[in-house]
Design a binder for this molecule. Structure first.
Ligand SMILES: [Zn+2]
Length: 377
């Protein structure tokens, strides 16, 4: 079922998302809407299965105020993450909890990617679904609904995504780069910082991506992408990157880079788990320094309020402490004290569940579901 929300309805949803529960009277006080208008808007949202009434708190004499909350039981969104060699698909309720398990479909050849995505959409978009979040690595053209380049498509680009939109029918599709999906998830679960400018960096073995949020929205440029921090290059010897160059930050932050330095074939994660201080592993220390240089360059360039590092590596304080310290040391005077560095351990950063948060972000916030602009006259 297509669900068009007007600005009042979206504001009500967002306020209730932020505060968990609000009565109609409280909504009236928080918005410029009259009690009558709030009553009508809230009534529609309840009827459409987005909100529900909670048992009222009886606090004193008079008519009890009935708190409204997000209804997690009736509607859902679907998340679809296109990944190199597979697709991940998940259903989420309107509070962001997964319904059932994530489904993974292996894709033998890139040509099968879009047909398989369509099959998944057709199988899982039911009458209670109100949004589809679609994520992919690489560069995306939202107007043309195309993937311009992506590690998921192995060079077979551009890729038209129109069939996925057709398969979704009237259900709105929110298409984004996968780092933007991660940023949507961060934003929705860290509402308190929703007005800040944020650089969010995802780091794992051989993969590094970033998203920039300006005023709670992903930044747009000539194409939607992950501010490819992973391909920021350092003049150091690495393996050849899939982008065609050497020295990329995501090649440096990898098991292969460490092995090339000292011949130790242990994985990056195991090496992090086995040390007590970074000085006992000079290769790891070197890698951390390069990484810190890249992150600090990005932060100095963007001067965000907050630099959020998302990685399973930050479970190891020996690494996260050193990385944070190295980054801080490289920030420019004048802004160093203003940039907050946060660590966020979020597994499955680019999976179907995270793609589902795109649909939630576009339900609760403005600016996340950009419709294609009309052709120029
Ligand atoms: Zn590269």
């Amino acid at each position: 079922m297509a669900m068009k929300l007007d600005a009042n309805e979206r504001l009500i949803l967002r306020l209730i998302w932020q505060r968990r529960a609000l009565s109609r009277w409280e909504l009236h006080e928080l918005t410029s809407s009259t009690p009558n208008q709030v009553g009508l808007d809230a009534g529609r949202l309840v009827k459409r299965g987005l909100l529900r009434e909670r048992i009222p708190d009886i606090t004193g004499p008079g008519r009890p105020r009935v708190p409204l909350e997000i209804d997690p039981s009736r509607r859902y969104v679907l998340g679809l993450a296109l990944r190199p060699g597979h697709i991940e698909c998940a259903r989420l309720n309107l509070l962001g909890a997964m319904l059932g398990r994530q489904i993974r479909v292996d894709i033998a050849v890139p040509d099968r990617m879009i047909p398989s995505a369509c099959e998944l959409v057709k199988a899982h978009v039911g009458p209670d679904c109100i949004g589809v979040g679609l994520s992919t690595p690489g560069f995306v053209d939202l107007d043309q609904r195309q993937i311009l380049s992506s590690s998921a498509m192995a060079g077979k680009v551009p890729v038209a995504l129109a069939p996925v939109y057709s398969a979704s029918g009237a259900i709105p599709v929110t298409l984004e780069n996968d780092m933007h999906a991660l940023a949507a998830r961060w934003l929705m679960t860290h509402e308190a910082f929703g007005k800040e400018d944020v650089v969010l960096v995802f780091i794992q073995d051989g993969e590094l991506g970033a998203a920039v949020l300006i005023d709670g929205q992903p930044n747009r440029g000539c194409a939607v992408g992950a501010n490819d921090l992973g391909h920021m290059r350092v003049m150091v010897r690495t393996e050849l990157c899939h982008c065609g160059h050497y020295g990329c930050l995501e090649r440096i932050c990898s098991t292969a880079f460490l092995r090339n330095l000292d011949g130790n074939g242990e994985s990056l994660l195991n090496r992090l788990a086995s040390i007590r201080t970074l000085s006992t592993d000079p290769s790891l220390k070197k890698m951390t320094r390069y990484l810190a240089t890249g992150l600090a360059n990005a932060a100095n360039f963007m001067r965000p309020n907050r630099l959020v590092l998302v990685s399973q590596f930050i479970r190891y304080p020996v690494f996260s402490d050193a990385l944070t310290r190295f980054v801080r040391r490289r920030l420019l005077a004048g802004i160093a004290d203003r940039i907050q560095i946060d660590l966020w351990d979020q597994p499955g950063a680019s999976n179907g569940e995270t793609a589902g948060w795109l649909a939630l972000a576009s339900l609760y916030r403005d600016g996340w579901n950009r419709m294609p602009s009309p052709p120029e006259q």
